[in-house]
Design a protein around this ligand. Structure first.
Ligand SMILES: Cc1cc2nc3c(=O)[nH]c(=O)nc-3n(C[C@H](O)[C@H](O)[C@H](O)COP(=O)(O)O)c2cc1C
Ligand SMILES: C=C(O[C@@H]1CC(C(=O)O)=C[C@@H](OP(=O)(O)O)[C@H]1O)C(=O)O
Length: 358
């Protein structure tokens, strides 16, 4: 039913935004991996709601519990179960839309599909579910660290305010220095004011999260249908509010000639490398050893504090206005989610690649 992701390093998430809690079962994590709970906690803090003036004001600490699969600080090879309890639901904020559909949220489509829905906080369609992904993604990151692979994302655009620098021109260690998670402080300040102004005008705005994975060895990917970039695309498009995915030269690449776009090969010691990296580190669905980089576009948040035309479950015309606590822009909190989904794909594909050759 679409709640499981991955082939060998496989996750299943469960839970709703206003239920008792949510969680994840990771099946396929190899035994012997040191599980650093402080690191999981840090990752959860980066995603949690209520973290700054430019996010939803719902206050969740997102404390997690590991129920299984870890003994004396190491994975045992058995399913790792993790839960996060909900503590600050305000379901009253949703009573007025219990039978009405918020434009561009998932109320109508969930109702059409299941014939019923947990309208409180959007139920399972809420981005609260991504807490479970970040918990799992932090364990995937620990596995990747073992293989010398890092994943770093950052905010590169809010509305029409673009960062205008490539990841090579930035110090990605500065991403956590500000609340919008843009590693360029000057642009970050503009983005924060932009989001705050939009919030004050009872509206929302979209943005772009860029991500780079370094240290991925050549040879990772499962063509033809499970090409590495196809799986990354699926992972990113499975995140709430995502509207677009591009990797390498992406949509801009169409403007170039082959003569400019081709990444010339050269031998660098014992490695084959490329002079440029328009391929985004992937050719034929398989990593070539260069950095893997991509952009993820997020739409403006659907729930706005303004009157909107809609219908109810009986098909009557109604007016809907958002209530309660919502993100004016999702990208600051989407950064750890993008990283988590990228780490899950890479952890899965690293394990899969070990079945490719004798
Ligand atoms: C980090 C994050 C926070 C979000 N916060 C909100 C929110 O506060 N209110 C809202 O209406 N949508 C929010 N969304 C988006 C909805 O979850 C999403 O639009 C909804 O599930 C419908 O799915 P779709 O937009 O992918 O079609 C958020 C998304 C992300 C990634
Ligand atoms: C709770 C989280 O974000 C929520 C995501 C969300 C949505 O519609 O996606 C709507 C809001 O839910 P609520 O009205 O219950 O506060 C956000 O606060 C979270 O990310 O943990």
């Amino acid at each position: 039913m679409g709640n499981t992701f991955g082939k060998l390093f496989k996750i299943s998430t469960f839970g709703e935004s206003h239920g008792l809690g949510l969680g994840v079962v990771i099946d396929g994590c190899p035994a012997g991996l040191t599980i650093d709970e402080d690191f999981i906690r840090e990752e959860m803090q980066r995603r949690k709601p209520g973290q700054s003036k430019i996010t939803t004001q719902r206050k969740e600490e997102d404390e997690f519990q590991i129920l299984s699969g870890v003994f004396e600080g190491k994975s045992t090879g058995t399913p790792i179960g993790m839960v996060i309890l909900n503590t600050d639901q305000k379901s009253k904020d949703y009573s007025h839309i219990s039978d009405k559909f918020r434009p561009s949220h998932a109320d109508f489509t969930y109702f059409e599909k299941f014939g019923t829905r947990d309208y409180r906080g959007g139920g399972r369609s809420s981005a609260r579910e991504t807490a479970a992904r970040v918990a799992a993604g932090s364990i995937a990151k620990m596995l990747l660290k073992h293989y010398g692979i890092s994943v770093q994302a950052y905010v590169s655009q809010v509305g029409d305010l673009k960062l205008g620098k490539t990841y090579q021109e930035l110090d990605l260690n500065k991403t956590e220095d500000n609340i919008v998670r843009c590693p360029d402080q000057e642009t970050a300040d503009l983005m924060i004011d932009y989001i705050d102004d939009v919030r004050k005008s009872r509206d929302t705005v979209g943005g772009i999260v860029s991500c780079v994975a370094k240290g991925v060895p050549p040879g990772i990917g499962e063509p033809v249908f499970d090409r590495l970039h196809a799986e990354l695309g699926k992972a990113m498009l499975s995140i709430n509010a995502v509207k677009g995915f591009e990797y390498g030269s992406g949509f801009e690449g169409v403007k170039m000639r082959g003569s400019e776009h081709n990444d010339a090969f050269y031998q660098d010691g014992d490695r084959v490398r490329t002079r440029t990296n328009h391929s985004g580190g992937i050719q034929g669905g398989i990593s070539n050893g260069e950095d893997i980089y991509f952009n993820v576009a997020f739409k403006p948040v659907a729930t706005i504090m303004q009157d909107q035309e809609s219908v109810n479950e009986s098909g009557e015309t109604v007016t809907v206005s958002g209530k309660g606590r919502h993100d004016p822009c999702v990208v600051p909190r989407a950064v750890p989610i993008v990283e988590a989904m990228c780490a899950l794909v890479l952890a899965d594909y690293i394990l899969l690649s070990r079945t490719n050759k004798i």
